[in-house]
Write a protein that binds this ligand. Structure first.
Ligand code: FES
Ligand code: FES
Length: 153
């Protein structure tokens, strides 16, 4: 199987029902994407597939063949992703950091689709769990970005 991850091609030989997360972390060594629950509940494993957030722990390999997969390692290659990371630093969002690659991926997808999201849209999109309770900082960073579309923070 050929996978397109972060604009690179990878040949993988695992079964088609293998979770994408296993390949990303264990075969390709892209360990920025985290394993949390393994049950599509927490969002720590979030990556983009053709620009949409997916939970890679429950995404079978054969469903992403021929699609563009983006992990946290390449999120800053996207101008919106770069602004999200800048805002995360400015607002000092991470605590332990474990959930944060998934949070950044989710925020990037939200802001690419909806550059000026309402509070309701932010709440609906930013549903990944954070055991450190960084939710207020996440919201502040996203609101900062949404009010400054196209500007450098
Ligand atoms: S590890 Fe995938 S949603 Fe929790
Ligand atoms: S920053 Fe620790 S789990 Fe979110």
């Amino acid at each position: 199987m050929n996978l397109q991850i972060n604009s690179q091609s990878y040949q993988v030989t695992s079964d088609g029902d293998t979770p994408l997360l296993w390949i990303i972390r264990d075969e390709l060594g892209l360990t920025g994407t985290k394993y949390g629950c393994g049950l599509a509940q927490c969002g720590a494993c979030s990556v983009l597939v053709d620009g949409e957030v997916v939970r890679s722990c429950v995404t079978p390999l054969d469903s992403v063949v021929g699609r563009q997969i983006t992990t946290i390692e390449a999120i800053e290659n996207d101008p919106v992703g770069k602004r999200v990371v800048t805002a995360w630093v400015k607002h000092q969002v991470p605590q332990c950091g474990y959930c944060q690659s998934g949070q950044v991926v989710a925020a990037t997808a939200l802001l690419k689709e909806t550059p000026n999201p309402s509070d309701e849209e932010i709440a609906a999109a930013m549903i990944n769990l954070c055991r450190c309770g960084t939710y207020n900082a996440i919201k502040a960073a996203v609101k900062d970005l949404s009010s400054k579309e196209g500007e450098t923070l």
